[in-house]
Design a protein around this ligand. Structure first.
Ligand SMILES: *Cc1c(COP(=O)(O)O)cnc(C)c1O
Ligand code: SF4
Length: 345
């Protein structure tokens, strides 16, 4: 029997029974515009009997993606305007993004970089990596390199070890942070060799952190939990990022279960992202008021350790900012049950 493979086309998804043959033409149109990939691990989490399944909704292409809504754009957070050299985005004084690869194991239907990821642009060449690292080396004000993409763990253990060796040799760098969906989307790639590659070289001053992209508690399957344990046991501090998505996790119960499960698995909740204005993703975006209402309820239910910060990346590249809720307004403070108490700061 052959090993199950990643599903990459309307035909694959129909053959696997995940989409209706009647939708083939529309899905082919979507797939021509935005990359499609569903790993066996993720397909196995879907409940085909549930038309509103929150796992399927994140990964199966939908005709709704052909509709663009007001304000949507190919580069919602202004990467291009802040890219001094290929593969580097420099928006904040002390840190840069490095995007060595624009491929992912799965393609999320709400992806903020969907106009670029999985579009055939391959990994940076050696010379391009050289130029990107040259940019970082030449700027002593930089303290952190955030390795993202695409999914940087697609590089594989040997290239990650080589990249970290290069980053550790830059004396002003203090932190390398990787952002990845692989622990939940393709957990078998998190081998012991991968965990070992993510540890900084012996004697290096560089701290390596990993941010795991997780949106629903069911994504923390047994293989995903084992992958996360391999990373935590290797000594990596783990944080999470979650995108707030309509029909996936826009309920307080789901968010509460997710945040609790993250902490139980040694992942500190970091960001809850308001979805960016990526093209064809309007059906995923709640309002900021809805997001704030959910955050307020979480405050009353969860340990401080389990609270993410709700952030919006301001369109055009102006950076991420927390969007509340606010508890203090100058002369009063609101408790988690919504009661006001006078307090002048
Ligand atoms: C999101 C982002 C970062 C990281 O922001 P943090 O708030 O430090 O997590 C850094 N640079 C760019 C360009 C970003 O888009
Ligand atoms: S893993 Fe991240 S970069 Fe890749 S498709 Fe999903 S959201 Fe986009």
């Amino acid at each position: 029997m052959s090993r199950p493979t990643t599903l990459r086309s309307a035909g694959d998804l129909i053959a696997a029974g995940l989409i209706d043959a009647a939708d083939a033409a529309a899905i082919q149109q979507v797939a021509a515009r935005y990359a499609v990939a569903v790993t066996p691990a993720v397909a196995g989490l879907m409940d085909a009997a549930d038309p509103d399944d929150p796992i399927a909704r994140q990964y199966l292409p939908s005709p709704a993606e052909l509709t663009s809504t007001a304000g949507e754009r190919n580069d919602p957070i202004g990467d291009a305007a802040h890219s001094p050299v290929k593969g580097v985005v420099h928006r904040y004084p002390d840190r840069v993004l490095l995007t060595p690869v624009l491929a992912c194991p799965v393609y999320c239907r709400f992806c903020f970089r969907r106009a670029r990821v999985g579009q055939g642009e391959s990994a940076l060449s050696e010379a391009e990596i050289e130029a990107a690292l040259g940019y970082v080396s030449a700027r002593p004000e930089l303290r952190e390199v955030i390795v993202t993409g695409g999914d940087p763990l697609m590089l594989g253990a040997p290239r990650i070890a080589a990249l970290l060796a290069r980053l550790s040799a830059i004396p002003h760098l203090e932190v390398a942070r990787f952002h990845s969906r692989i622990p939940v989307a393709d957990p078998d790639r998190i081998t012991e060799a991968m965990a070992a590659a993510l540890r900084p070289p012996p004697g290096a001053a560089l701290a390596v952190w990993l941010a795991v992209h997780v949106n629903h508690p069911r994504e923390l399957s047994a293989p995903a939990r084992a992958a996360i344990a391999r990373l935590a046991d290797a000594g990596l501090p783990l944080v999470s990022q979650t995108v707030l998505l309509k029909g996936v996790n826009d309920s307080v119960g789901v968010l509460e279960d997710l945040m609790r499960a993250l902490v139980r698995n040694r992942i500190r909740p970091y960001y809850l992202h308001h979805p960016d204005l990526a093209p064809g993703t309007g059906h995923f975006r709640p309002t900021v008021a809805e997001g704030r209402h959910l955050m307020r309820q979480l405050r009353g239910r969860l340990s401080g350790l389990a609270q993410p910060t709700y952030v919006l990346d301001i369109p055009g590249g102006l950076g991420k900012v927390p969007v509340g809720p606010d508890y203090w307004d100058g002369d009063g403070v609101t408790d988690s049950r919504g009661r006001r108490h006078p307090y002048r700061g």
